[in-house]
Ligand binder design. Sequence first.
Ligand code: ADP
Ligand code: 5GP
Length: 190
Amino acid sequence: MLIVISAPSGTGKTTICKGLLFSIPTLKFSVSYTTRKPRSGEVEKGEYKFITRDKFQKMIENDMFIEWVQLFGDYYGTAKKTLEDAKNGNYDLLLDIDVVGGRKIKELFPDALLIFLTPPSIEELKKRLILRKTENKEALDKRLAKAKEENKQAKYYDYIVVNDKQEKAIEEIKNIILKKKGVLDIRNVV
Ligand code: ADP
Ligand code: 5GP
């Protein structure tokens, strides 16, 4: 099963994904490739495979991505191999990707579950981005401008979840996933 979570940058996707991975043992995270510079601590946490633009370009030429996008001046992509490994390993995959990538996945795999996470408001989103202290003013403005565009794409998603209280949002998404999987026995999850 493929589960896509998209949200404007700063909404809390990374935080929510961690909560989901912790509570659903059959779920693994799809580690994307990116040319973006790592934020502090990211390399160790394995959130991305950080590569050069040259390497990314080579991977595009060798048709190694199922989908890729250019965002905020950098490249991000999901490798075909990540999906193949999930199929062979018989586990579900959680993809934290943008709305363009999400729609592409749905086009290729109509059975994929698409969840759009939205912040309670643009003001709250700005507050979260500022508090995260990972973006300079220019990068922050780019992300806020894109958030308004991304919110318009929510209508293509199967579910829209508001990330107001973190625990509540995790619980809500967990239930959506389990419903789709047809898991009735709650003892299968933590
Ligand atoms: P994203 O992956 O969507 O860019 P992050 O998971 O990095 O966002 O979260 C952005 C910031 O907002 C982080 O500092 C995180 O701790 C905080 N955050 C996440 N969820 C919530 C929430 N429900 N309420 C308040 N702050 C949150
Ligand atoms: P960030 O730089 O904040 O980690 O991510 C920026 C945006 O890129 C987020 O919306 C995230 O979901 C998206 N993203 C991360 N990896 C991929 C990917 O492999 N494909 C696509 N399409 N988007 C991605």
